[in-house]
Structure formats: C-alpha cells, structure tokens
Design a protein around this ligand. Structure first.
Ligand code: NAI
Length: 330
C-alpha cells in the first residue's frame, strides 16, 4: 500500500523502513506537516501517516479524501488533532498506536521531577566551568512526599509504581476506578483533595473538552504553596498564562513541561537561528525553575520500535480488510 508520511524526521525513516521489511508497503516520507496547504501532496496514496502536531481537521480531511486517502494512521497515542466526525462522514478510517512503552513517558516524567528538584541541569553547567559552589542547588527528599497523578491509565500507573519505589505517598484521580490502584498503593482522591494535599502534581490524562485548561487560575489557587507541576501529556491541559502568574508569585515553585499548548509552531524543529515570536513561551523559558523538553518523553528506541511495528500492522490490517483493533471510533 502507498503510504505518505507527514512531519517525518530521520528517525522515523530509519525505524519505519526497518520495520517495513516485514510488510512491504511503499513508504514515502515528507518533512512538511499535514495542513490545508500540504494535504494535496497525498495524491496517489491510500494512507497517510501523521504525528501529534499534524492538523487533520474537517477541511484537511476533505482534501485528503479528494486525493483518494482512505486511512489516517496516527503514529502516536493521542488523537485530539483529528476531527473524527468529519473522518467518519468522509469514509476515512483512523487508527492509532494506543500503547507503546508507557515506561518511556513515565521515566521521562521522573527525569523532569528529579532534574527540577536536584537541579542537575544547572550543576552540570557549573561543574563544566569549574564552579563547585552549592548555593542555589538545594533540593528535597522525594521520599515521603505526596504526589498527585491525574489520569491513571497506562502511563499514570507506571509513574505511580516508580514513585512508590521512591517511597512517595501517591494520590490519584481518574474518571474510571480500577483494581490496580489498590494493588499499587494509590490512594484514589477527588481533584480538590489531590490539589490541596500534593507536593507534586503530574498530568497523565488525555486532552478532551473536559480536560482543556484543567490547570487554571482556580485549580492553582487550591494547590499547596510551592507545588511542583509536571505535564508530559498534552499542552492545552494547562492554561499557560495562569501558570506564569503563579510562577511569578512562587505559588508554583517548579514547572516541568514536555508539551506546550502552542507547540505546533515550535517543537521538533531547529529554530536556534530564528527569532522565536511566542512571547508566552519565551516568558516561561526565562524562569530558572522551569524545565522544558520538546515533546521527547516518548522518544526511546523501545518506543520507536513499538510505534513503527503497530502503525505498519494497522496499515496491513486495513489493506487486507481485517478488523482494525486500533481504530478510533467516533
Ligand atoms: P491511557 O488512555 O492509557 O490513560 C489515560 C487515562 O486518563 C485513562 O485512565 C482515562 O480514564 C483517564 N482520563 C480520561 N479523562 C480524564 C479526566 N477528565 N480526568 C482524569 N482522568 C481522565 O493513555 P496513556 O497511554 O496513559 O497516555 C496518557 C496521555 O499521555 C495521552 O493521552 C497523551 O496525551 C500523553 N502522551 C504523551 C507522550 C509524550 O511524548 N509526551 C507520549 C504518549 C502519550
């Protein structure tokens, strides 16, 4: 089957070509993102493979359908960038990779927590310059701290297990209760109590209309003074301006982000010789207690192998008319 990749990078080409030896699809890789200007490039392809910041809204899907596209294969778990209703109307099927190494994201979450706490990013630079002073590098024991996790799915649960290993008290909130919560030792807690009792809050729920700007002026007001906030899920879970206001008053004392609401214009590209126009993002960067990575939590060898393997299997199943286990229903 002819598959056109949008927003592809060298690592996509490498992992997908390797995995494709088992499938023999024709894979064509484009670096440009999918949007209203680039959708026409899909002519001659029955499937397109897209990533987190490609825009598959109604207009783009209509253009894809006109080129003969019948399948949108997401090479990620989140699907907030696809208009599922429009896809259904156009007869386009949408598949995704619901699970691939939840360890990749959970372990990156811990990397952000530990770096913010023990300031290893600052220590690294100091030591490189022969500065061995400890002023400003003081952290706290993670052991005994209360961590609140919002969203206890695959990634949230792995994060909880790791935190239990550190000796943390783990509070968790989800819209669904599962037996595993007790087994891991997670205390199921409604959001108001989770906000007021947690020293660290980490987000692991999907972006939906219900979770959009879940972290806002009101929810921040009910959090502990000096809280650490971590978001490795989706940028728009957080109202960035409200978080900046709380950083200025030190109500939030640490912020770790792997995702950002307006990341589509920034992340995955080398903009080091450009002037970044996003003033809100630049304000975030100016705080020394804010640590930002550019949507790299998923980026491990294990996860990339899983993503390529499941995506190509999804495409093969579509081609052979099998039931699509990873189809996203509207
Ligand atoms: P999952 O589907 O296994 O778990 C999500 C959990 O959130 C479910 O248990 C669900 O019931 C819960 N949930 C839904 N609505 C909620 C709400 N309103 N409040 C609280 N909980 C709610 O998904 P998984 O694999 O754990 O991924 C979680 C999120 O992580 C994804 O939606 C995606 O946005 C993000 N992600 C980020 C990556 C990165 O590289 N930074 C990579 C992969 C996923």
């Amino acid at each position: 089957m002819n598959v056109l990749f949008f927003s592809s990078k060298v690592y996509d080409t490498e992992f997908f070509n390797q995995s494709n030896t088992r499938h023999k699809h024709t894979l064509n890789f484009l670096e440009v993102p999918l949007n209203r200007n680039t959708a026409v490039l899909a002519k001659g392809h029955e499937a397109v493979c897209i990533f987190v910041n490609d825009k598959a809204n109604a207009e783009v899907l209509q253009l894809l359908a006109e080129q003969g596209v019948r399948l949108v294969a997401l090479r990620c778990a989140g699907f907030n960038n696809v208009d599922l209703e429009a896809a259904q109307k156009l007869g386009i099927k949408v598949v995704r990779v619901p699970a691939y190494s939840p360890y990749s994201v959970a372990e990156h979450t811990l990397a952000l927590i530990l770096t913010l706490n023990r300031k290893t990013h600052r220590a690294y630079n100091r030591v490189k310059e022969g500065n061995f002073a400890l002023n400003g590098l003081m952290g706290f024991d993670l052991h005994g701290k209360t961590v609140g996790l919002i969203g206890l799915g695959k990634i949230g649960l792995v994060t909880a297990r790791i935190l239990k290993g550190f000796g943390c008290r783990v509070l968790g909130y989800d819209v669904i209760k599962r037996d595993e919560f007790d087994e891991i030792g997670i205390e199921f807690t409604e959001l108001p109590a989770l906000y007021s009792e947690s020293d660290i809050i980490s987000l692991h729920c999907p972006l939906t209309p219900q979770t959009h700007h879940l972290i806002n002026k009101e929810s921040i007001a009910s959090m502990k003074q000096g809280v650490m906030l971590i978001n490795t899920s989706r940028g728009a879970l957080i109202d960035t301006k409200a978080v900046i206001a709380a950083l200025k008053t030190a109500h939030i004392s640490y912020l770790g982000l792997d995702v950002y609401e307006e990341e589509a214009d920034l992340f995955f590209e080398d903009l080091s010789d450009k002037v970044i126009q996003d003033d809100v993002f630049m304000r975030l960067l100016s705080f020394n207690n804010v640590l930002i990575t550019g949507h790299q939590a998923f980026f491990t060898r294990n996860a990339m192998e899983g993503i390529a393997s499941v995506t190509l299997q999804n495409i093969s199943d579509f081609e052979s008319g099998k039931m699509l286990a990873n189809q996203i229903a509207n």
